[in-house]
Design a protein around this ligand. Structure first.
Ligand SMILES: Nc1ncnc2c1ncn2[C@@H]1O[C@H](COP(=O)(O)OP(=O)(O)OP(=O)(O)O)[C@@H](O)[C@H]1O
Ligand SMILES: [Mg+2]
Length: 227
């Protein structure tokens, strides 16, 4: 089904950030598939350096199985990342930028990605200590402001949630009380054979109405608002 959302001619860029293993790549891959399914020109930029003995990167995923109609490119050099990101944003479309484990380091890939993004999506699992990580990302964005840059708005998505546990709702409330914009849709923990946790490198299906589809639609609408 085609989306009614109109994207600006120069497109929008959305950077996914979060700690190591916080489901950035998995969530972004599903979002790319959804955005492409919706008829938006869609591309992905993979800025995550693969580890020596493990590679769960977005670019490898796309090599194993194309992510809808999205073109995915690897790019490891922070210095040229901003220009590269702008250059590979499809006209009237969306570029999703995958990043490695969050580090608030000036000159690093995270700051470079955020500097050219219209929205920063922070993936958080609703376990203790995560407020601190959100604070680190928020202070990274504040540092950008103090350096004369315009940081993107920050949107928090709670992920690997358990519907029957109280902690996701409590974490959302704590984050909202601290001034964070938290997406109403949460991404459930799903370890089933065809679940999100087993999706790496496989052809994706993002059915209408399921949390990934709802989240992808809301994220893109938020990025368009921030553009
Ligand atoms: N919703 C989910 N439910 C259950 N497991 C998930 C879910 N999303 C991702 N996973 C699993 O969690 C692990 C981490 O996911 P993923 O690689 O997407 O995180 P990441 O933030 O990109 O990690 P890294 O920082 O290493 O790049 C993977 O094993 C993945 O299959
Ligand atoms: Mg990853």
């Amino acid at each position: 089904m085609t989306s009614q959302l109109v994207l600006p001619e120069s497109g929008v860029r959305i950077a996914f950030v979060g700690k190591g293993g916080s489901t950035k790549t998995t969530t972004l891959a599903h979002c790319l598939k959804r955005w492409a399914d919706q008829g938006h020109p869609t591309a992905g930029l993979d800025t995550d350096e693969p580890g020596e003995d493990e590679d769960g990167s977005l670019a490898t995923w796309a090599e194993l199985s194309p992510i809808g109609g999205a073109t995915v490119m690897p790019h490891r050099d922070p210095m040229s990342l901003p220009n590269m990101a702008v250059a590979c944003t499809p006209a009237h479309g969306v570029l999703g930028i995958d990043t490695d484990a969050w580090k608030a380091r000036i000159g690093g890939a995270h700051m470079a990605a955020l500097a050219v993004s219209h929205l920063a999506v922070l993936m958080i699992q609703p376990t203790g200590m995560e407020l601190q990580r959100a604070a680190s990302v928020r202070s990274g964005l504040q540092t950008m402001t103090s350096m004369g840059m315009t940081p993107p708005p920050l949107l928090v998505i709670l992920t690997r949630t358990n519907a029957s546990a109280a902690s996701p709702k409590e974490t959302a409330t704590t984050l909202r009380d601290a001034g964070y914009n938290v997406l109403d849709v949460m991404i459930p923990n799903s370890d089933a054979r065809h679940g999100y946790g087993q999706a790496f490198g496989k052809p994706l299906d993002v059915p209408e109405g399921e949390p990934m589809a709802l989240a992808a639609d809301l994220v893109l609408a938020e990025a368009v608002r921030g553009s």
